[in-house]
Design a binder for this molecule. Structure first.
Ligand code: F0G
Length: 354
């Protein structure tokens, strides 16, 4: 418990005696059984993997710990990334922990408040680019070519190596791979990493099968569904506002080899799932994460039967990353009251009546 993914999955990772075994306690996140949604979808067993329970509140920590450990091993002094927010938060945390300089490029105005606060708190050098994530990624690729700085976006192969441990954990808990694995897709690294993890665990005979992968993009940022890059991606789920995913080919291969699909969900469907998860399951995740559940609801609505099936939704980040959104869409007015017992009692009665 809390030993971190490098120690826990050492034999499956590209690490050797010279790799520093750093850890902020990433991985080993809860796999929570659904209370109501699974039943509503006619699913025998539905689980949510709470990746928001990682040290910086998202799945990125699994890959970042490997990328940063390898950067240290190779003598690097600085790391750089482009990010819609979570990668930068994670890079900044592991950079601080390992004494590396961290430089992050974020799309100006399009990053959730909590994520920016994390990069600030961990002391990263933050550059807000007047452009989108895809443009910021192109810039950091060039910068890492020209300067002695390690690129820690998921184009760094160690990132996907670390992220595949999410698949290992699902199998370790369930005893085998589920029938379906639902996952949000942005830059397309995570779906590719999960597929690698499931395949490797099968080859190592820790699992007897692999799941069908169901990947979901936001409708306004769905290049993999459309089959071409999107120049100006838009969606309320800022984490996956990406028009030209770096792991495009790997994600398509993961989809096809697993017998799965990559589909799109609308912002309305994302927000519905986001609210449903919080109110009926007690799980507060970010909107991008809710795309996995929105997608599962969509495909079931279109006729996919989950009877007798086991499904897992990867909830990639915590809802606290984006408190502004949660407050914006709240339909519950905050009542202001004097500290008076009778008035508070009356207010409670009137709220319960609603
Ligand atoms: N969910 C969340 C919460 C994310 O932050 C991301 C990606 C994804 C899903 C999609 O994962 O890119 O591997 O397909 N966030 C990146 C970032 C792009 O910069 O933090 P993916």
């Amino acid at each position: 418990m809390g030993e971190g993914v490098l120690r826990r999955y050492k034999s499956f990772l590209p690490i050797g005696p010279a790799t520093p075994m750093v850890s902020l306690g990433e991985g080993d996140t809860p796999l929570v059984k659904s209370q109501s949604l699974g039943r509503a979808l006619g699913c025998a067993e539905l689980y949510f993997k709470l990746e928001g329970c990682n040290p910086t509140g998202s799945f990125k920590d699994r890959g970042m710990v490997v990328a940063v450990a390898k950067a240290l091993e190779e003598g690097s002094r600085a790391v750089i990334c482009a990010s819609t927010g979570n990668t930068s938060a994670s890079a900044a945390a592991y950079g601080a922990y390992c004494g590396l300089t961290t430089i992050v490029l974020v799309p100006k105005g399009n990053i959730a408040m909590g994520k920016l606060a994390q990069a600030v708190a961990y002391g990263a050098h933050i550059l807000a680019v007047n452009g989108n994530f895809d443009q910021a990624l192109a810039l950091v690729r060039d910068l890492a070519q020209k300067h002695p700085v390690t690129l820690v976006n998921s184009v760094n192969p160690y990132r996907l190596e670390g992220q595949k441990t999410g698949a290992f954990e699902v199998v370790d808990v369930l005893g085998d791979a589920p029938d379906y694995l639902c996952i949000p897709v942005g830059n397309a690294g995570n779906i590719s990493a999960y597929w690698r993890g499931f395949r490797q665990y099968c080859q190592a005979e820790h699992a007897t099968r692999t799941p069908r992968l169901l990947g979901f993009q936001a409708e306004g940022a769905a290049p993999l569904v459309l089959g071409h890059p999107v120049a100006e991606p838009h969606t309320i789920a800022s984490a996956i506002r990406i028009g030209n995913p770096a792991s495009w080919k790997l994600a398509i291969a993961a989809r096809d080899e697993s017998g799965g699909v990559i589909d799109a969900v609308s912002d309305e469907e994302i927000l519905e799932a986001y609210k449903l998860l919080a109110r009926s399951e007690g799980i507060f995740c970010e909107p991008a994460s809710a795309a996995s559940v929105a997608g599962l609801r969509k495909v079931v609505g279109q006729g996919l039967s989950l009877k007798g099936k086991q499904a897992v939704c990867i909830l990639t980040g915590t809802g606290l990353k984006d408190p502004e959104l949660a407050n914006q869409i709240a339909d519950i007015p905050l009542l202001e009251l004097p500290p008076d017992l009778e008035q508070v009692e009356q207010a409670i009665v009137s709220l319960r009546g609603k």
